[in-house]
Write a protein that binds this ligand. Sequence first.
Ligand SMILES: Cc1cc2nc3c(=O)[nH]c(=O)nc-3n(C[C@H](O)[C@H](O)[C@H](O)COP(=O)(O)OP(=O)(O)OC[C@H]3O[C@@H](n4cnc5c(N)ncnc54)[C@H](O)[C@@H]3O)c2cc1C
Length: 468
Amino acid sequence: MKKDLSRVFDFIFVGAGISGPFIANDLCKKGCDCLMLEAGKLFTRKTYPSNGLDGTSQLYWSGGMELGHDCKLAFLRPKVVGGGSIVNQALVDRFDDAAFNSWKDASGVDFFNVNDMEHWYDQAESEIVIQEIPAEFRNKNAEIFDQGFKNMKYQNAPLRRAQSNCYLEEGNCCIECLNGCKLGSKQSTPETVLKEALENDLTLVPEIEVTRIIEKDGDIKVIGKDAKGGTATYRAKNLVLAAGAIGNARLLLNSGFNKKVTHIGHDFYCHPQFMSFGLYDEKINSHKGAFQAFKSDDKGFRENGYKLENVYAGPEGLALLVPGFGIPHHRHMEKLAHFACIEVCTRDTNPGQIKVNRKGKALIRKVQNAEDLSRKAKGTKVIEEIFSSTGAKQIIHGQFGIGLHLMGCCPIGTDSNKSVIDPEFRLHGFKNIFCADSSIFPNAPGINPSLTIMALSKKAAHSILRSL
Ligand SMILES: Cc1cc2nc3c(=O)[nH]c(=O)nc-3n(C[C@H](O)[C@H](O)[C@H](O)COP(=O)(O)OP(=O)(O)OC[C@H]3O[C@@H](n4cnc5c(N)ncnc54)[C@H](O)[C@@H]3O)c2cc1C
């Protein structure tokens, strides 16, 4: 890392999650002088937290989870160099016509169609390794998912994961990689594009939380706070916002940009996800081996606005979801090895909003309307059918929903009154402030977002370089 941070950089990036490193790598390759500021810590394969509790407290904002105003949904927001690519399940899917058509309708942006995006998906996929879990390594939880789909005549498909080699034959359990992959198999940005960007002279400074952005006559000043509360100012000709949906909204609101761009903080979506557990007589050991192998691939589910996933979580997460207190809760937890798990992920229709309080803290307002609740109910009914058809003795529903796919708040669009980012990935009215991360999503696609964030970031890098 270069020491001199007082120079005027070509670009400052706020956030080293997925989008930031994807854009920075392409700009650095072309010789741009880039500085990347990230609030979270930099870990290596050897230093990732070794258990779920440490992982939750060290890799996320607010020590693990943030709650919406009515406490009905919990939001997981990564805070670590690599962002979501460190903690996520690394499932990568391209969007379909249904997702892009609704984006085009909402935004007026023409390139939202499968054909125009194909090139950018190809470019994104060329930066990472993608694999399916070989059939011989599917665990018992995956087998129940598959068997239940067959019993009920629903369509499923193998998951595509961004991973290179998990050496499953050696008994590795992929659930550990939710705290950072110690094998370097998961294709997180520190293992892929961020590594390359650093080789191409990117300056990365972890543990700096950007608190304010000042734009004056085309010059950018960024104020950052370090872990001890000290502040520093960094300067650049251009800025790339890559702090995610809540991060970008919070920063832009705290910096007063909403006086000019009034839509900042609106159109927040999160694909609310609800886990249910089937309790079986025999041990399922859902945490063992490749803990996820299948997804739903049923036209009817897609039309009804939900999908099902073969998932699991660490005991610290499950303990929060399993209902009850004291002895009844303890009795359930004792049987964890007998749990199978399926999650319904809804394509939410009711936009939420991010605001900030007087201390600059993000306030999350996200209500599930009748349509969203009905999508959840339909998916949950299918889960019950699957568990019942495969011999579950009891079905337990998690007690609250989780938002993992945080999207929107700075939606892209042609109309500056209804959007925040223009089709050239610029903040409306600002020539030198760019954004292409999850915050630009115009609505919820109902499909895993990260591959599309990578594809849009490749497109944005191309667009930025062309404009320079
Ligand atoms: C547990 C979990 C599982 C998931 N599984 C999947 C999956 O299987 N497939 C999929 O497609 N998606 C998945 N996701 C979602 C996916 O990871 C996110 O959509 C994606 O990471 C968003 O990318 P991003 O670049 O927009 O932001 P992020 O990856 O969130 O990166 C933003 C970064 O900006 C930093 N930041 C924020 N504010 C500031 C500030 N003020 N100053 C400095 N830095 C700041 C943050 O600390 C963070 O590191 C999952 C998410 C979670 C939490």
